[in-house]
Design a protein around this ligand. Structure first.
Ligand code: NAD
Length: 458
């Protein structure tokens, strides 16, 4: 069995290595899941619902301890880790509330002699390959509705959130999900690739665009559902009619929460020329006020990056921007000392020739660009291969909806950002992915419909 080295992002100190499942172990797990899935699907929906309800309750009861597990391995500040775990039971509650209505048989026509109905049937054995940045949110978005629908799930957490993944398996099994119906597969990319070699019935992936493309290629010949929730380069636009300070505070949080390691983090900001100077001054003051420190400290807002190599990516984006004429107003480099901290960085005089305005940063760094009007803002916001979210700040709802409607993104925010609702489909366009979790679509995403045409004997 191979292992992966692990480190504490806050200190760089070694953590116990991760024992990885090899191809034989993955194949055996698949066989067990295949054997167990029909009995799980055959159980009444109410039984599966009761089990996932117990999971929700256990999660709520143990949220603080589970937040600490996540914080220790990813470096996410403890307050934010506990915030994520603590909010997850409510999102699971959405699935529990909606699933029965969406998974029940629907009679579409009931004419004399001819009945038409649709049933929503499980796909079978699903692979769920996940990311580390919000492991509870992006994990439960997949495996809770998938299990409710009667599927078995082979869940491969990120190697950077492996302890959290193990804890998820423990919680689900304690709640009553059979051990073979939900299995945690541990390892990195090689283990994920081995999982895709199995004759799975669907793959649900959260991660980077580059890996997502590899997943889609590996799954192509299987002709199975492939759902990809990928990265973003999410823009925000502040129009001239807003309060610059309040808007700057909201957008700074959207850009720097979890050290910018959110798929829907604000990654580039456009500001109307009339409020540009006031906005930038307030934004920089806000960023300078962030409390940086150890993830275990409840007062910490900005912790380390989870992955050390990202420090070099951020450094390269800063250097590229500065070489092309940008100015660094604060930050601009990794922080000396132990751990993988990057100083929160604000760049101005940026343009779209610079990587910082085009490529996902996934860290505490932002470019702010001045625009003359809405048309320029729309043109620049659309100048991207990604399409996850976009935010517009203005007092005028009609204006905001007109701007947002001209953008090609899966989520549209008016006077808010970096926000996910269980009630709304979460979906990316372009390089941000295909398919949806959450919302009604994100419940049926783990089923296949069967259309029944039932003619009575004459
Ligand atoms: P990543 O692509 O490096 O890894 C994601 C998962 O894929 C991990 O479990 C990894 O082990 C696995 N993997 C890597 N290579 C593989 C291969 N060849 N075959 C199968 N599996 C493989 O991404 P990450 O660093 O974990 O996550 C960060 C990225 O995720 C960012 O781009 C972020 O924007 C994105 N993300 C998107 C959403 C969303 O909802 N759209 C949510 C969270 C994160």
């Amino acid at each position: 069995m191979s292992t992966l080295d692990r480190h504490d992002p806050a200190t760089g100190a070694a953590r116990p290595p991760l024992a990885c499942d090899d191809a034989a172990a993955v194949a055996a797990a698949y066989q067990r899941a295949r054997a167990a899935q029909p009995a799980w699907a055959a159980r009444p929906f109410a039984e599966r619902h009761a089990i996932l309800s117990r999971f929700r309750d256990l999660l709520a009861a143990e949220a603080d301890a589970l937040g600490a597990v996540q914080s220790a391995e990813t470096g996410k500040p403890i307050k934010q880790a506990r915030g994520e775990v603590g909010a997850t039971p409510g999102r699971v509650g959405w699935f529990l509330d909606r699933a029965e209505a969406l998974l029940s048989t629907e009679v579409r026509a009931d004419a004399p002699g001819m009945v038409e109905k649709t049933t929503w049937e499980p796909l079978g054995v699903l692979a769920n390959i996940s990311a580390w940045n919000y492991p509870w949110f992006v994990g439960t978005n997949v495996y809770v509705p998938a299990l409710l629908a009667g599927n078995a799930v082979l869940y491969k957490p990120s190697e950077f959130a492996a302890d959290t993944g193990a804890a998820m398996g423990d919680l689900l099994h304690r709640a009553g999900v059979p051990a073979d119906v939900f299995q945690v597969i541990q390892g990195g990319g090689a283990t994920g690739a081995a999982l895709l070699d199995q004759p799975i019935d669907g793959v649900y992936f959260t991660g980077s665009h580059a890996t997502g493309v590899r997943i889609a290629q590996a799954a192509a010949a299987k002709l199975i559902p492939v759902q990809l929730e990928l990265g973003g380069k999410d823009p925000a636009y502040a129009a001239e009619d807003v309060d610059p300070a309040a808007t700057a505070a909201g957008l700074a949080d959207g850009a720097f929460y979890n050290a910018g390691q959110s798929c829907c983090a604000v990654e580039r900001i456009y500001v109307h020329a009339d409020i540009y100077d006031a906005f930038v001054a307030a934004f920089v003051a806000e960023v300078k006020g962030f409390t940086r420190g150890a993830p275990s400290d409840p007062d910490t807002y900005l912790g380390p990056l989870t992955r050390q190599p990202q420090l070099a990516v951020l450094q390269a984006q800063v250097e590229d921007a500065v070489a092309k004429g940008a100015r660094v107003l604060t930050g601009g480099a990794a922080i000396d000392g132990p751990g993988w901290y990057f100083a929160p960085t604000v760049l101005v005089d940026v343009d779209h020739s610079m990587a910082v305005m085009r490529e996902e940063s996934f860290g505490p760094i932002i470019g702010i660009q001045k625009v003359a009007d809405d048309a320029e803002a729309i043109r620049l916001m659309n100048d991207t291969e990604y399409g996850l979210t976009a935010a517009v700040y203005t007092r005028d709802q009609a204006r905001a909806e007109a701007i947002l409607g001209a953008l090609d993104t899966g989520s549209a925010y008016w006077n808010c950002c970096d926000r996910v609702s269980p009630r709304l489909e979460w979906t990316g366009r372009g390089h941000s992915g295909v398919g949806s979790t959450l919302g009604d679509v994100g419940i049926r995403a783990f089923t296949r419909p069967r259309g029944w045409h039932l003619r009575s004997p004459a």
